[in-house]
Design a binder for this molecule. Structure first.
Ligand code: ADP
Ligand code: MG
Length: 252
């Protein structure tokens, strides 16, 4: 309870009011309302096609919403492109399929955006990159190409690459779904560490152990809507909505 009180006193990192989005005629996101506080860790779950990816992609404007407001770090996301550069820098994103540049080495993947977007000198960018590669326990792979690494290693590189931009919030879109089972833990361990260090995180994942361990709040989506949300124990032990109950019965 006191944890919740503390969270509610904090600044909002992402504030979403009545957000609606269509793909052509298809109403993919319906009246989304969400207030993400500094340091809050949110897990988003729900059936395939429910709009989870589309929703978090709206938070760094990889997708555009058509109605409502999305405010990230105090900046409203509109067509104004100038704002978007500022936002993207502060909102790290980790994808299911890693999205590393295959023709660049690991260290080059990590230094590219800091050098060309943040204008950091190469030496400084490399120092920062090595610091984060050590944090995800993969420093010895710095000179390799992504294709020479396992899926779990590539995903840890992708996380380190995001951290090099010093983001204010991290978005994870099913970061372990493409991994072989034995590699899931090494990626979740990195995410748990980040959570414990106080990173603001929105994680689309069906790793319910992770949700129970670190989430302040679990959100369930279905058919483009937020159907139910609660702190993890209550969410898992006492789901209220029939669709949430059905979903949990299928994954747990
Ligand atoms: P989830 O991540 O929960 O599986 P998505 O956000 O990827 O769901 O997709 C939600 C719905 O929007 C799905 O029906 C999907 O087919 C549709 N969709 C996703 N991206 C596009 C797109 N670029 N154009 C048209 N429809 C899309
Ligand atoms: Mg998705």
């Amino acid at each position: 309870m006191s944890e919740q009180n503390r969270l509610s006193d904090r600044e909002s990192v992402i504030q979403v009011t009545n957000m609606n989005k269509w793909f052509g005629d298809f109403h993919v996101l319906r009246d989304i309302n969400l207030d993400v506080k500094q340091g809050e860790r949110i897990v988003i779950c729900g059936p395939s096609g429910s709009g989870k990816s589309t929703m978090i992609r709206c938070f760094n404007r990889l997708e555009e919403h058509q109605q409502g407001n999305v405010i990230v770090n105090g900046v409203e996301l509109t067509d104004n492109v100038k704002n978007i550069e500022v936002i993207r820098k502060d909102v790290g994103m980790v994808f299911q399929h890693f999205n590393l540049f295959p023709h660049l080495t690991v260290i080059q993947n990590l230094t590219l955006a800091p050098m060309f977007v943040l204008k950091h000198p190469k030496r400084e960018a490399e120092e920062t990159a090595m610091k984060y590669l050590e944090r995800v326990k993969i420093a010895e792979q710095a000179q390799k190409y992504p294709g020479q690494l396992s899926g779990g290693q590539q995903q840890r590189v992708a996380i380190a690459r995001s951290l090099c931009m010093n983001p204010k919030v991290m978005l994870f879109d099913e970061p372990t779904s493409a991994l072989d089972p034995e590699m899931i833990k090494e990626v979740l361990d990195v995410m748990v560490e980040l959570a414990e260090e106080g990173m603001t995180m929105l994680c689309v994942t069906h790793e319910m152990g992770f949700a129970k361990l670190v989430a302040d709040r679990v959100i369930f989506m279905d058919a483009g809507q937020i159907i139910e949300q609660n702190e993890p124990n209550e969410f898992f032990d006492n789901p209220k909505n029939d669709r949430t109950k059905l979903f949990l019965s299928q994954i747990l």
